[in-house]
Structures are given as C-alpha cells and as structure tokens.
Ligand binder design. Structure first.
Ligand SMILES: C[S@@+](CC[C@H](N)C(=O)[O-])C[C@H]1O[C@@H](n2cnc3c(N)ncnc32)[C@H](O)[C@@H]1O
Length: 329
C-alpha cells in the first residue's frame, strides 16, 4: 500500500490534490494509524499556507467541510479551540490540556479512543512543546528575579498561572507580591482556589482597561504577558509594551512571548481549529523595544524556544541611581 509519506514525497507538483490528502489522512486515522498521518497533515497544511497564501483561506474553510473534521474534532484540544466555549480559542483550560493539569485528565477520559490518541499526539507537536517551555521559562525568570532581591511579580493574561507550581521562590515564600491579572473571571477563580495559599492575588481586568489607564496595577520587579500578544494587533501591542515597561520597577524586567512567524502548526490551527493568532518575527519584537524610552532600557534579548515556535522578548530596565533632591552646594 502506498503510504501518505510516499504520495506526498513523489507527487508532482509537490502538493497532491487537497481533497486527496485529507481523504488519505482520514483513511489512515480510521485504520488506527495516528502519528504519521497527523504529522504529515500538519506539514501539508503548513506548506499549503506558505506556498499558496492567496488560496489558503479557502483551503482552510474547505477542511471543515471534509469528513476528516469529525475525526479530528474527537480530540478535545482541537474541538475546544474550534468551539470556543469562552468566546475565544486558547483559553486557560486549553493551556491546562497542554500542561496535563486541571481538566486535562477528564477531557482525555471523556474522549473516544481515537480522540484520546489524537489528543496524546497533540502533546508532541512543536506548539505544545513551546508552550510548556514558556511555562518553565516563566518560573525560572521569577526565581531569578527573587534571587536578585526582587519581591513582586505581575502576570498579565495570567490564565491559570500554572508557572507558579514550578517556581521555587513562590513555594518558599520569597515574593511579597504576585498578581494574576486576566479578563476571564472563571480563570481567576481557579487561580484563587489553587494558589491563594501561596500568596497569589487575583485582579480582574482587560488590556483595554490598562491602555485606558483604568486599571491601576502598580509597579513590579517582573512583569510578563504570556499568550496575550498572539492576539494583539500592532497598535495595542506597542501601547501595552510601553505600559508594561512603565509598570516595571527600575532594575526590573519584563517578558513578552509571541508565536513566531513560520511556526509549524499554524496551518492546522487555522484550518481544523479555527484558531488564528498574530504571529511575529524578531524584527516585529525589536520594533516593540524601539517604542520604549531608549535611556531606560538596560538590556534587551530576543530568543526562541528550541523548536523555533515561540519568540521571547526580555527587556530589563536601568536601575535609577538615587540622586539627592536637596542641592549640596
Ligand atoms: C493563551 S491563554 C494564556 C494563559 C497563561 N498566561 C499561560 O501562559 O498559560 C490567554 C489568556 O489571556 C487572557 N486574555 C486574552 N485577552 C485578554 C485581554 N484583552 N485582557 C486581559 N486578558 C486577556 C485570556 O483570558 C486567557 O486567560
């Protein structure tokens, strides 16, 4: 039997007929094969999106009209993104599916055997690995800030704030203040339930309120917004970056992650998940830094996760040398 890999490798032009690809993946999933057809589907959709941007939107829509959709939507992760029970894809419950926390176990148990197998395979994809990397990085940075004597952290778009579980500084009570800010009150209720005993405080509010000056959040040694910029257009991203930097204490730092242009799972996300992010490259991240007061930026780094799926902008602020206010002469 010809495998999907063979068909895709030998076809000329390189992309076989769109419907035929979906038919083959459908057949293979029904035959109980999971990893290879799914990975090739992800790759095929990525290539189509990159090589044929003009027709991509209509390709993506036609995916949802193919019977393969009913198989892929048995995966709780794919289906939740598509169904958007909180009004948007990528809510904190979905992040828990990636972290294997919260409702992840119940979702797996409630799925069909095929859905469960696809769900497990989603964990191996670069986007899931990058999101887990982001969580570990956040916890490491919180610990570094605490190690340098910092005592306060602000998480904007905190979701369920799962990084606190990995932070030694939080567990050992080294921080005086850890604020979780999010517009989703159901997510903040989970944070309060799970982490209030660790000293975490929740604050409901939206980016819009921050930008309008209606959310007075204070100043912190570390300010970050994980999984938020992927939803912000240019103007809001620049304005929020300025506000986050204002909320960063002298000597403190801020972190802004964003899914990278060219991330390998984008085609699948935009088609079967109907999950559309704002992707940024290094130049885009640099332009966020360029919007900051130059004299106040002590250091700035832009780096990616090991699978080149999420890029991170880490900016530190100069420590102000205290100047006596009274004239000495
Ligand atoms: C992808 S989740 C990320 C959650 C968490 N930071 C993480 O990394 O797991 C996105 C979060 O951003 C929040 N969010 C999205 N848009 C927002 C806005 N305009 N203002 C405040 N929060 C927002 C959502 O409620 C959600 O909890």
């Amino acid at each position: 039997m010809q495998t999907l890999a063979n068909i895709l490798a030998t076809s000329n032009p390189p992309l076989v007929d769109f419907k035929r690809t979906l038919d083959i993946v459908d057949e293979q999933l029904q035959a109980g094969r999971i990893a290879q057809p799914l990975d090739l589907l992800f790759e095929d959709l990525r290539e189509r999106r990159e090589e044929d941007p003009q027709d991509w939107a209509s390709y993506a829509r036609s995916c949802l009209g193919h019977p393969l959709r009913s198989l892929l939507h048995q995966d709780p992760f794919t289906y939740r993104a598509f169904a958007k029970p909180r009004g948007y894809a990528g809510d904190a419950v979905m992040m828990d599916y990636i972290y294997g926390l919260g409702e992840a176990g119940a979702a797996a148990r409630g799925a069909s055997p095929l859905g469960r197998a696809i769900f497990q395979h989603m964990d191996t994809r670069p986007s899931a690995k990058a999101v887990r990397y982001r969580r570990r990085l956040l916890a490491r940075l919180v610990d570094q800030v605490a190690g340098r004597g910092g005592s306060s952290v602000l998480a904007i778009a905190a979701g369920h704030l799962r990084e606190v579980e990995l932070s030694q500084a939080v567990r050992t009570g080294k921080l005086q203040e850890y604020v979780a800010f999010d517009q989703d009150e159901a997510s903040l209720a989970v944070v309060a339930h799970d982490y209030a005993h660790l000293g975490v405080r929740t604050m409901p509010g939206s980016v819009r309120q921050i930008l309008a000056g209606k959310a007075q959040l204070g100043k912190y040694d570390f300010v970050y917004a994980a999984g938020l910029y992927d939803y912000l257009g240019e103007a809001a991203a620049v304005a929020l970056t300025r506000r986050m930097f204002e909320m960063t204490r002298p000597g403190g730092s801020m972190l802004i992650p964003n899914f990278l242009v060219g991330a390998r799972d984008t085609g699948y996300m935009e088609s079967f998940m109907d999950w559309h992010l704002v992707y940024r490259d290094h130049a885009d991240m640099q332009s966020l830094v360029n919007a900051l007061p130059r004299g106040e930026v002590a250091d700035c780094r832009i780096f990616d996760d090991p699978d080149n799926t999420i890029t991170f902008l880490l900016v530190s602020k100069v420590a102000v040398v205290s100047v006596p206010t009274e004239r000495s002469c």
